[in-house]
Write a protein that binds this ligand. Sequence first.
Ligand code: HEC
Length: 166
Amino acid sequence: MSFHGLIAIRRVAASLACAGMLGLLSAGALRAEVALAPQVDAGTLPALGGTWRAANPYRDSPAAELALPLGRAAYNQACARCHGADAGTNAAPAPDLRKLNRSCRRIDDSDLKAWCLRDNDAYFAKTVRQGKVIVGITHMPAWEALLAQELAWAIQLFIESQALKY
Ligand code: HEC
């Protein structure tokens, strides 16, 4: 059983227990999964337009320094309630996002590492845009309509900066 499988089962069980207690069907249990747009102005970041980039455009760029504090603020407003404050715990209900690029970080070959990070970026962007709905239960809401890609990539940089501390 994978880590994510276990999380999924735990969340399904929690949703069912919650629905049972409230005497409601899953609609009651799912109310907490609504996405709330972070109130962070991304206007100082280089604008990226409406078409999502395949890879994080701020990584290793001069904009990274600017993106980090904005990413931190947006993360704590939008993601922390499930993934943990400052992406600094493995004890939150949702997966520890610092682990996402761990296997890439361990690769020595620079070309292979770059491929791995690009793949990881694609997975991050797809997951954030679409959310995670598994057997009809919203584990994570979709962020596409609420989160400009500038902020999404800034959030990812912040998470990665936390990962480097461990
Ligand atoms: C309502 C709770 C909730 C919120 C808010 C939330 N997530 Fe999630 N997220 C989850 C859950 C639960 C999963 C695991 C879903 C699964 O695979 O079962 C997840 C999975 C992910 C994954 C994939 C992780 C992996 O290991 O595969 C990424 C990336 C992610 N979330 C990013 C974000 C970002 C960025 C934000 C803020 C913009 C956010 N999430 C906000 C609950 C949430």
